[in-house]
Design a protein around this ligand. Structure first.
Ligand SMILES: [Zn+2]
Length: 72
């Protein structure tokens, strides 16, 4: 009996990396430069509710964890 290698593991890893990539692109933080609206979307080229397309889009994972910036 031979114990077969498990290519499955590599495969699973790749699948997960894909999922993470998809998750990343599904969490795009948008900021409208025109009206200041902020929201999260999965759209690559989002349009603001105000009609502006001047959107700043940032992937959520790019945000620093420590957000000590308090503005209200
Ligand atoms: Zn807007």
């Amino acid at each position: 009996m031979t114990s077969p290698k498990r290519p499955d593991e590599e495969r699973v890893l790749q699948i997960w990396q894909n999922k993470i990539r998809i998750a990343d692109s599904n969490n795009i933080f948008c900021h409208c430069r025109y009206c200041g609206e902020e929201w999260v979307t999965s759209e690559r080229h989002p349009t603001c509710g105000c009609g502006s397309r001047d959107i700043e889009a940032i992937a959520c994972w790019q945000f620093p964890r420590a957000n000590a910036h308090n503005s209200s």
